[in-house]
Design a protein around this ligand. Sequence first.
Ligand SMILES: [Zn+2]
Length: 295
Amino acid sequence: MKLIDVINKATSEGKAVGHFNISNLEAFNAIVKTAKKLNVPVIIGVSEGERDFVGVENAVALVESARKGGAEIFLNADHTYSYVRSVEVIDAGYDAVIIDYASKNKEESIEVTKRVVEYAKSKGPHGALGNPGTPPILVEGELGYIGQSSKVLDALPEGVLIDPNSLTQPAEAKDFVEKTGVDLLAPAVGNVHGIIKGGNPALNIERIKEIKQACSVPLVLHGASGITDEELHLAVLAGISVVHYNTELRVAYKDALIKSLEEHKNEVAPYKYLKTAEDAVAEVVEKKLRIMNDL
Ligand SMILES: [Zn+2]
């Protein structure tokens, strides 16, 4: 199945597709193993920084090899901050790209997002210039600023506002989708990138419903790390189709790695001391996938 069909199927069943970021092979393997174990589709995300570390083309090779191994897995170029870097991943064969101009002014954001959509469509069969057999490349647009770093934070990132007036408005979401032609939309609905010490703000579930009603495209929830299981469940029921996790995986990986290195001070084989870090990532992924997929 194509990614858009997988997303639409999940949405119609009241479920969501899990999107998990990776920086390395351990996290990748943990996600693939878990998705296969639960028999659910999954999206691997690599932001600009993550794909520079992993290798833009290496990420494609990893996903292709996991597909051959039976996993229903897709590759997304997470937060991409320029047209040039969007073109790079579209040409490399990614399934989806997020052009993120949410921190820029509205006109500029619409203009660049639209150009990325046009380029992606020129490459796939849902565009007039599509090559037969090429899967459609989905373009996700961002509307509303939710911060940019997936880490543990002391407070809300500067520029992130969570009062109802500052969140994405249904009418502006509709306008943005229509003007840009994006396939997926990431709104600001109280979500924030990163885990905030002392607790992340609550999601505005009503606003998710309103945006879902106003827009024709699937909605993506970014910054799901730090939100409660109950909120995740409600967000999916309200109309979220894809859910992004990064920080919780990073924290689980690092904590397990530190513990492992302390416990095995003389061990030098990475595949031995990294094993528990991989398992820790898998545990988080499984918990989230079970909620999203009603398992
Ligand atoms: Zn994000």
